[in-house]
Design a protein around this ligand. Structure first.
Ligand code: IPM
Ligand code: MG
Length: 360
């Protein structure tokens, strides 16, 4: 089959890791007789430099018309001026909103051979397999008003935490659907003892829980959840939460896996809506940032991006066997002892990918 994939390598190590995922996808294409047409565009700081905008209308339109989007990372000290009119991160948020990808899936699996790479006690890490489902297009990131002003001679800054019921409902339903194919447990994380939006969140979670009696639903306050992620991660399966809580908890969860460089993510929208095909709108990216300190050195771990490309095959292209093939190859490569610097080895970005390709 023929598929169009928009590549947004972005800034820092983004281009290095995306190039490796493309090599892996090319191998998949020839092994399984597909044609992947890659269209590369600028997004983030590099796009500010060239076009004066972190996300141009043309790039967004290309991303919207593709079967899927693979992104590296955006940002860096060069574009960090707090008074700047545009920022690389604004482009990323506009892309998420523009693609309608309201659910961000961040699987956190601990490979047995990497247990020692984590600062946590090995006995806490055995068997950890969590899927965080983070709401991605609502909450504090997008709520209006969002502004700064002078009021009564004092400077004031405002962000708004706003949710509509349908925004919570659709991400909650997806979390329950995903739990059906796993250990059948959903932990819904909120701050219902303080926040009105969280009280609505909990009410909707309870309602959807009643409609899905086969799934165990547990409510957890976000402060408790941040502790439980470290003290008892093995008791968590699907964790569903609002945008900001999910941002914070997934960085914490990445420590379980030994390195941020290992973790992929998939951001999904409605099934089929506005797309030239049946699958879901999808944006795929590693959870790590642009790591400007190691950019261009060929030492970044490409696994987060390579596993993101597996999620792309699974969710947007509906190529399950091909996705599993990549995941198995990565697992085997780690079992065999291949290591980049972040997980205690010496392999370059390219060499690590070579090892994965050998196992494909
Ligand atoms: C993430 C990142 C982004 C976010 C930043 C870069 C805007 O931290 O994807 O987790 O906060 O969503
Ligand atoms: Mg984050």
């Amino acid at each position: 089959m023929n598929f169009n994939i928009t590549l947004l390598p972005g800034d820092g190590i983004g281009p290095e890791v995306v190039a490796e995922a493309v090599r892996v996808l090319d191998v998949i294409a020839s092994k399984y007789n597909h044609t992947f047409k890659f269209i590369e565009r600028l997004m983030g700081g590099c796009s500010i430099d060239k076009y004066g905008s972190s996300l141009t209308d043309e790039t967004l339109a290309d991303a919207q018309s593709a079967h899927a989007v693979l992104l590296g990372a955006v940002g860096g000290p060069k574009w960090d001026d707090p008074s700047a009119k545009d920022r690389p991160e604004r482009g990323l948020l506009a892309l998420r909103k523009g693609l309608g990808v309201f659910a961000n899936l961040r699987p956190v699996k601990v490979h047995p051979a990497l247990i020692d790479s984590s600062p946590l006690k090995p006995e806490k890490l055995k068997g950890v397999d969590i899927l965080v489902v983070r709401e991605l297009t609502g909450g504090l990131y997008f709520g209006q008003p969002k502004m700064r002003e002078m009021k009564d001679g004092k400077e004031r800054a405002v962000d708004t935490l706003e949710y509509y019921d349908y925004e919570i409902k659709r991400v909650m339903e997806l979390a329950f659907t995903l739990a059906k194919g796993r250990k059948k447990k959903v932990t819904s994380v909120d701050k219902a003892n303080v926040l009105e939006s969280s009280r609505m969140w909990r009410q909707i979670a309870t309602q959807i829980g009643k409609e899905n009696q086969d799934i165990e639903l547990e409510h957890m306050l976000v402060d408790t959840a941040s502790m439980r992620l470290i003290t008892g991660p093995v008791f968590m399966d699907v964790v569903v939460t609002e945008n900001m809580f999910g941002d914070i908890l997934t960085d914490e969860a990445s420590v379980l896996a030994g390195s941020m460089g290992m973790l992929p993510s998939a951001s999904l929208g409605e099934s089929g809506v506005g797309l030239p095909h049946e699958a879901r709108a999808g944006l795929y990216e590693p959870i790590h940032g642009s790591a400007p300190d190691i950019a261009g050195k060929q030492i970044a771990n490409p696994i987060g991006t390579i596993l993101s490309s597996a999620l792309l095959l699974r969710y947007s292209l509906k190529l399950e066997s091909e996705a599993v093939a990549i995941e198995k190859a990565v697992e085997q490569t780690i079992t065999d002892g291949a290591r980049t610097v972040d997980i205690g080895g010496k392999l370059t970005t390219r060499q690590m990918t070579d090892e994965i390709i050998k196992n494909l």
